[in-house]
Ligand binder design. Sequence first.
Ligand code: GLY
Length: 307
Amino acid sequence: MILLANYEGRSGVEYAAKLLARGENGLRAIVEGIKIVESNLDIHTVGMSSWPNILGQLQLDAAVMDGNTRRTGAVGALRNYKHPVEVAYRVMTDIDHEILVGDGAERFAHEIGAVTAVNETNSSLTAWRKHLENVLTAEQKQLFPNIRLLDIKSQAVDPEKLFDTTVYLSIDHEARISTATSTSGWAWKYPGRLGDSPIIGAGSYADSRYGACACTHTGEMSIRAGTARSVVLYLKMGLSVSDAVYESARDLADLKTGYLDEVTIHAVDKDGNYKVIGLNSSETIRYVVWTPSMSAPQVCEAEIINL
Ligand code: GLY
């Protein structure tokens, strides 16, 4: 058994590890862990009180994948629900689709009785207003929101770049490998923008025969490189977990156009070996790992590679 999570997700790790240790289904364990992160008001890139999009609305993304069945569930641009990761789980279990977005996702969440919430808080809206104050011209301030949002698109930079999406990967007592993600995406993003987190194969992928991968940071890059699926495919081709991650990092580094920045790749193989790298990361990247031999989850530093 193993649990791997990025540092942003640390507040839910202890509980998820406890569930794994007591023999719960690994996907349920990591969904429950991420729900704690989604409720954590001090984390501004996941769930409640995250940084909103440029219109001041919180549009949340999440995904789950069961590596035994390769069934997935994902939601994108979901508003007004407290636990996007739970709604994603229910997409997997309750409907013959894999991804729901926007109004459809909200209708589905309502129909399954998901917990509603006003996710925008004073703190997140104050940060948003401060951002607008800094980037809008006097004329744009008068007209907002009826302005051309494209004109301020390059200003969508996270105030806390070090932090990001929450990703969890697990292997449970039955060797089921699972992944789950949840995020508010980029701060001040263009409305409707989806990152890699709800895109299975980009931001996460799990296959109990080989392993799993989940990414954080620049979703625009992992979408283009199909990073999470690539890592698992490289594992299938016989590469070690480190080499699979390095190979996917090289695929990312080969992108020369579009928005390019850092990507963190988290991966485990079916034997519980794991690797986390920060590609082109400017700061220390931490992650959390737990195995049954540990008395408590441990915080580790990722390898940083510049390509
Ligand atoms: N990796 C999260 C995002 O790009 O939204």
